[in-house]
Structure formats: structure tokens, C-alpha cells
Write a protein that binds this ligand. Sequence first.
Ligand code: PHE
Length: 351
Amino acid sequence: MTRADWEKSYARTESALRSAGVEKTADLPTLEEVRVRFLGRKSELTELLKSLKDLSIEDKRDLGPKAQGLKASFEAALEARKSVLEESGDAAALAADAIDLSLPAIRPPKGRLHPLTTTLHEIARIFQLMGYSWAEGPFVEDEKHNFSALNIPDDHPARDSHDTFYLQGLPYLLRTHTSTVQIRTMETQRPPLRVVCPGRVFRHEQIDATHSAVFHQVEGLVVDENIGLADLKGHLQTFLQKLLGASTKTRFRPSYFPFTEPSTEVDVKCFFCPGTGCPSCKHTGWIEILGAGVVNPVVFKAIGYDEKKWSGFAFGIGVERVAMLLHGVRDLRDFYTNDIRFLKQFDESLT
Ligand code: PHE
């Protein structure tokens, strides 16, 4: 090949490179096509470089750098275009992904405590203000803590499997009241003591508008010297007036519990009617709200407290019943169905 021929192909290649318009390539795939077209094994530029070997030594020395320069500037142009395209690709991706921070966020619906939980807390809180501490115990209990330590005899109906959930083949049951926690407290602490025992309890109940197999209680126990019925009345009256209002009227009716003697049922004057009778008070003018009594000395004896030195009183409040009265709920099952329309009524922020 003559020098003149080589220079002609050089000029052709150079003009082909220029008209390929590397710096105007639209995207990365097109740029790659251009690269392969000029730098591929059989491409024009590669052929030009290869053909240097057919020239004389002097021509080679003269034209070699020129050819290498052409290749280098083409490669540099490719590289420059590549980084421009990559950058604008990133920018486009970022723009597509952009988050408008000025838009208000989508708020998940705000939950809140269940009305039974707030009622339980409210009951316990009032007693805590009166110096009671909070005690909890297990749901699964033995017969001793649920029955015998509480002077509940073997033939008491609460022991019947129709009233109680026993664990199959085991001497355990789901506690039927939170009095179990009072026994556990007395086993581990010495008097004087004041405790409230809030929690879930289980009975084999026929479920209806006022009964549930799972419900909640807040029971309480006070043990000290010279505690009697007057203390019981004072504490419970104070509690009920704090819970339901200062003008709340209370009534103590004789009752029976094996673990208290004497025992009483406590009513409040109906706050749905002026005492004339309505469905809420079963037309009696009074609403039964809790059970209580002076602790039977046999309970102290069984636990190992000196029953001549210590005396006390205990009470048990049904949380569902109080929540129904406070909120005017007529069917207890509404508390358990988790219908958001029902729960929403207890807080504006539930949406
Ligand atoms: N444990 C009783 C019940 O569940 C309630 C109660 C507690 C009554 C303490 C009197 C004293 O029915």
C-alpha cells in the first residue's frame, strides 16, 4: 500500500467518524453501536490501524501516531458522551422517583385503648390514689388458689365443670375470679396491705347480652389491724363517688361469699332514671355494681396470718358491667366483636 492510498483511507475514516456524531448520540445503546462500528474487529478504524504494517518504516513512524491519535480522540469522545448519557439517565431516574415532600402524608388510622381497658385502668387508678398497689397473677390456676384457700367448699357450684374451664387431665383451671391474686399476694407479703388485682377471668357461661365466658374483674384486698365493715363502706363509697360522681348514692345489701363474713352486695342509685325505675335498673331504682365483705378469718388462718391480730375486707368489681353503665352499652358482646364502628364511638380520632 502506498502512503497516498493510506492517507486517503485515513481521510475517509476520519470523516466517517465525524459524521457518526458521537457527541450527539441519543442514548447508551446507540453509543455502543457506534463504538462497535468503528472499533470492532473488522471496522474501518481497526483496518486502518492494521494497514500501517504495509507501509515503509519511515511512513509507519510518521503516520502511526496520527492513526493512534485518531483512535484515542474517538475513544475519548465515546467516554465523554457515555458519562453525559449516564448522568442524564440518573437524573431522569431520580426525577421519575421524586417524592413531593410538600404533599401531606397518608396517615394510618390511629388506634387507642379498648373501652374495657380504659375502664379497668380508671377503676384501678382510683384505688391507686387511695393507696392500693396493683397486683397480677396467672390465668391458669390450681384448685387451691381458686377455691380451697378461699373457703369455697367442694360442693360449691363454682367448682362444677359446667361453671368452670378445667384443663383436660390436669389439676388446673382457668381462674374464675381474681381472688386468686389476693391469695398469692398474702402468700408472699405480710400485712398491712392494700392491693387491687385487675385482670381477665373465665367462666363456662351461656353467652348473652350481659354474660360472657371471658370477662374482667378488679378485685381488691385490704388487711390491717382493726379493719371492719365501716372501713369497707368508707373505701367503696369513696371509690364509687370518684367513679360515678360526688352525688352518687350507695346501698349495702346483705349477701353471701364463702371467703367473706359478713358479705354485701353494693348498689348505686340508678343514674338513668330519677329512682322511679327503668330497664337499666331492672325497674328497682338501684343498680348492682359490686360484691364485697369482711375477710372470713378462716382465709387468714389457711394462709398463715394471725387472724386475731389482722382483719380486712375484700371486694370484686365486674369491669364489663361498669363499662356498660358508664357508656350506656346495652349488649356486652359489642365489646368483643371488634367492630370499628362500635369502637369509634369512644374516640373521635379513630377513623
Ligand atoms: N370473687 C367474687 C366473684 O368473683 C367477688 C368478690 C370478691 C366478692 C371479694 C366479695 C369479695 O364473684
